[in-house]
Structure formats: structure tokens, C-alpha cells
Design a protein around this ligand. Structure first.
Ligand code: ZN
Length: 214
């Protein structure tokens, strides 16, 4: 039997070691699924934070498809099926929602980890269905493999925002049962604000670089 030697590759100089406390991070971030670390190129393990509370409001529901697996680690919760310390691996196609409005104040802070594809397109799809008959109302496909520009955005966030805007700008009337659906409460998910603040910070950083160069 030959002896196989295993090596750990040296650290990538472009991915410096960082640590983050999910509770300290989740209280400051403005969006669900905000990456804890600024690294998301192909092959990266992207750990993102989400913090929900019911607050008597409907959280909104959408359907998500992803070509890479998402692993959820529950760090804090009072919801029975989100037991603290549990690790859950969902199906590649799954519904996404927050605690329902009728719950007593239900809260959860969790981390979703996904490993970006090494090569090729990483397909994601966000879809909204009729709340009454589940007929498909609106869908948006996007490629999440890209990690580009200064202060890159995880495309899951920008793609989800584009999907929500598309649905909310439609008439939301189901072609099958004629039900007029509620607007998706995108403000509770924060994706648009994350994208907007990224754009602000990109411009601000550029002005900083230009000023420093004078
Ligand atoms: Zn319907």
C-alpha cells in the first residue's frame, strides 16, 4: 500500500484570516443573508447571517433554487423546528420564509453556508407563487458565480432584490384563480438597501482613493 501524503495548501494572500461574531454582525447588517466575510469568489465557503422576528407581520414567502447546497447553522432561536445548535441541509429547491405573523414573538439568528462553484455558472432562481392556489406568478433566474468589482455583492442578494421588484411591479393578479396577491415585503429582507449602500460605499471609496492620490 502506497503512503499518500496530504497537504494543506498555503493561505490565499487575497483571503486574509478574519473572524466574526454572528450576533454582533447580524445586529448591524441591513439584509438577510449578508456575507459575514468579504470573500465570495468561485470555490469560496460563503457564510451569511440572517436574523428574523415575527413582529406580528407576514414575512413573505418565495421559492428558491440553487445549484449548490446551503447548510444552515442555528445559533439562536425560540422556534421548535430551528433548534439551537442544529445544522440543517435543505433541498436544492426550497421555500424561504420567516416566522409567521401569528406566532408569539418568534426569533431566529442563523448562518447559511454555501460553497461557491469552482467553475462555470452557478444557477439560482427566485420565484413567487399565488398565496391562494400556488400558481407560479413571477420568476427570476440569475448566475451567482460572479464576484466582481470593488466591494462585490453576493448575487443571491442582488438577484433576490431584482426578483422582488419584478413581482411587486407586476399586477400580482393570479391568472389561474384571479386572486390579487399581497406585495412581497421586500423591506423586511433588506436586499435593496444592501445593494444601495454598497453602491454608496463604492462611490465613497473611489472618492477616498482619488483624494488620497492628490
Ligand atoms: Zn391563484
Amino acid at each position: 500500500m502506497s503512503e499518500q501524503k496530504l497537504y494543506i495548501a498555503p493561505a490565499d494572500p487575497n483571503s486574509r484570516p478574519l473572524k466574526s461574531n454572528i450576533f454582533e454582525y447580524a445586529r448591524m447588517t441591513n439584509a438577510q443573508l449578508a456575507p459575514l466575510f468579504p470573500f465570495g469568489k468561485p470555490g469560496s465557503l460563503v457564510a451569511s447571517a440572517a436574523a428574523f422576528r415575527s413582529d406580528g407581520l407576514e414575512p413573505g414567502t418565495f421559492h428558491h433554487s440553487n445549484t449548490v447546497e446551503e447548510v444552515a447553522i442555528i445559533f439562536g432561536s425560540n422556534i421548535p423546528n430551528f433548534r439551537v445548535g442544529s445544522i440543517q441541509v435543505g433541498a436544492l429547491e426550497h421555500d424561504v420564509t420567516g416566522p409567521p405573523a401569528e406566532y408569539p414573538p418568534a426569533y431566529v439568528v442563523f448562518c447559511i453556508v454555501q460553497r461557491q462553484s469552482e467553475t462555470g455558472v452557478q444557477k439560482e432562481r427566485i420565484a413567487f407563487h399565488c398565496e391562494k392556489c400556488h400558481n407560479l406568478m413571477h420568476e427570476h433566474h440569475f448566475d451567482s458565480s460572479k464576484w466582481e468589482g470593488d466591494l462585490p455583492i453576493l448575487h443571491t442578494i442582488s438577484g433576490s432584490e431584482e426578483a422582488a421588484v419584478g413581482f411587486n411591479q407586476s399586477d400580482k393578479v393570479c391568472s389561474k384563480c384571479n386572486h390579487t396577491n399581497e406585495e412581497f415585503p421586500a423591506w423586511r429582507w433588506g436586499w435593496g438597501e444592501y445593494v444601495r449602500r454598497t453602491e454608496i460605499c463604492r462611490d465613497a471609496k473611489q472618492s477616498f482613493i482619488e483624494a488620497a492620490g492628490k
